[in-house]
Design a binder for this molecule. Structure first.
Ligand code: GLN
Length: 193
């Protein structure tokens, strides 16, 4: 199969690290900053960063509607940390005008694991991986409610990696580890669909 074409939302945040991993596992990647960058993508990664800022930039760049349309038309998405917030159906402790794509049946609470100084790392058992994944949580969102998602990893019984069809989200930062296994799981799923 030809290399998958995966965009990385590059309005703000940790997009470069995602691009590097995706390239290393053989995907073609492109930074997405305006609607024309979406053409021909199989998938779009939404990185960690600041979801309130990204939400504003999604609107001012004119990307919000075309991304929603592309998802409806079958583009896969993978949101990490702030990116998870952008994909959630409901946001607690967000800004009143904060927008999200609502493609995952989860409610997330922003910064619910504490402030920047409360960032932490831990090993997670992940469905589909033989060995635990070392995960970094930075002012991470907490999934406070969930419905029709498949839970691929939990921390203290709460979902931290979820999937609903072609939409995936992690409350941690898989791109910050020298471990590409979660990106590979996502890419394999996109290839199969
Ligand atoms: N707390 C951030 C937010 O609400 C997310 C943090 C992150 O992406 N590392 O957008």
């Amino acid at each position: 199969m030809a290399a998958l074409n995966i965009g990385v939302l590059a309005l703000q945040g940790a997009f470069a690290a995602h691009q590097e991993i995706l390239r290393d596992i053989g995907c073609t990647t492109r930074q997405v900053r305006e609607p024309k960058d979406l053409v021909g993508l199989h998938a779009l990664v939404m990185p960690g960063g600041e979801s309130t800022t990204m939400s504003k930039l999604l609107l001012t760049s004119g990307l919000f509607e075309p991304i929603g349309q592309a998802i409806d038309d079958g583009m896969a998405v993978f949101g990490t940390c702030a990116g998870m917030i952008l994909l959630a159906s409901a946001i607690e402790d967000g800004r009143a005008d904060q927008c999200s794509f609502g493609v995952l049946g989860i409610t997330v609470q922003r910064n619910a694991y504490g402030r920047q100084v409360d960032s932490f790392e831990t090993d997670l058992d992940v469905v589909g991986l033989d060995e635990p994944f070392h995960a970094v949580f930075i002012r991470a969102p907490r999934v406070t409610r969930f419905g029709s998602v498949e839970v691929l990893a939990r921390l203290d019984d709460e979902p931290v990696l979820v999937r609903q069809g072609k939409a995936w989200a992690a409350s941690f930062h898989p791109e910050l580890q020298a471990d590409d296994r979660i990106h590979r799981l996502f890419v394999e799923c996109v290839e199969k669909e």
